[in-house]
Design a protein around this ligand. Structure first.
Ligand SMILES: Nc1ncnc2c1ncn2[C@@H]1O[C@H](COP(=O)(O)OP(=O)(O)OP(=O)(O)O)[C@@H](O)[C@H]1O
Length: 291
């Protein structure tokens, strides 16, 4: 369990903003921070990682105190066992993939984990290449492996997938979920992509102006019912055509476009740009607006 209670005065574009976060995160869960630009998401991760000090606060991780400002406890970032992946890959350009991974290993530690990570993140064929010769998705896989070399107790992902196209993004989501489960990590993800959040998260913290304004499972935060359906997908409406008493919705799911028929009561509530969840029971699509 990670227990966080932190306060820090920040300077936002519109003046002073108080970051005030009190929450508990279960060990082994994948929690997403969601919210507008400037809400304070990255600052929360930086404070947890020890890269930035709060004005006041307490952070306990699995029974150990990482920070307690009233008792003068403040563990150094190196002691906090955190793996970080950002949008920019920050790999060493003069080292090959395997050298980048070896460099991240603490001196004297067993390097078996490197072979295992190469195996599960499928980097075998890339291990002797330099970062400059890799695609964005491949570099991000290396960055993910490198963040895990030291067996962190918390994996932090700050919009790691936002620069990638939807197909590669989907594959990387699968890798992240795989390592999250395999290493029983507690993973904190920052994402703006509602489909990604629904697919990946156990819990969502919606942040606004430095505060948690909503928290819960994705269906609670984005306000849709969890359905026991045969299939379901999320997408964005890009076109709505009205035909008699029906609405034909064109929905973008990643690179694909799908047309779905909605009845009048569903169609009237929808506008172009809405994110929706489509599910089907006995071939009858059911549509829910999300976010
Ligand atoms: N060390 C600091 N001292 C004071 N203010 C800060 C500090 N670091 C960040 N801020 C301010 O805090 C606000 C929140 O920044 P933060 O990067 O946490 O937002 P975010 O939710 O991650 O946004 P985005 O989605 O755009 O990355 C911003 O207005 C920023 O200028």
């Amino acid at each position: 369990m990670i227990e966080i209670s932190i306060q820090k005065k920040l300077k936002s574009a519109s003046g002073e903003m108080l970051l005030n976060i009190n929450t508990a995160i279960k060990k082994g869960s994948l929690v997403t921070l969601y919210g507008k630009s400037g809400a304070g998401k990255t600052t929360i991760l930086r404070i947890l990682a020890g890269l930035l000090n709060p004005d006041h606060g307490k952070i306990d991780v699995n029974g150990a105190t990482w920070l307690n400002t009233s008792e003068g406890i403040n563990l150094k970032p190196q002691k906090r066992k955190i793996g970080f992946v950002f949008q920019d890959y920050a790999l060493f350009p003069n080292m090959t993939v395997i050298e980048n991974l070896k460099f991240a290993l603490n001196k004297g530690e067993d390097d078996n984990i490197i072979n295992h990570l190469i195996d599960i993140i499928e980097l075998g064929e890339l291990q002797n290449r330099k970062p400059d010769t890799l695609s964005g998705g491949q570099k991000q896989r290396v960055a993910l492996a490198r963040a895990l070399v030291q067996k962190p107790s918390i994996l932090m992902l700050d919009e790691p997938l936002s620069a990638l196209d939807s197909e590669i993004r989907f594959k990387l989501q699968q890798y992240i979920l795989k390592v999250h489960k395999e290493y029983n990590l507690t993973t904190l993800l920052i994402s703006h992509d509602i489909s990604e959040i629904i697919r990946m998260s156990d819990k969502v913290l919606e942040i606004d102006q430095g505060k948690i304004i909503k928290q819960g499972k994705p269906n609670e935060v984005f306000n849709y019912k969890e359905l026991n359906a045969k299939f379901q997908f999320t997408g964005t409406i890009i076109e709505i055509e009205k035909q008699d008493f029906l609405y034909i919705l064109t929905i973008r799911i990643g690179k694909d476009l799908v047309k779905v028929v909605a009845d009048e009561s569903e169609g009237q509530q929808l506008v172009i740009g809405d994110n929706i969840l489509v599910s089907a029971k006995a071939f009858n699509p059911v549509i829910h607006k999300i976010g």
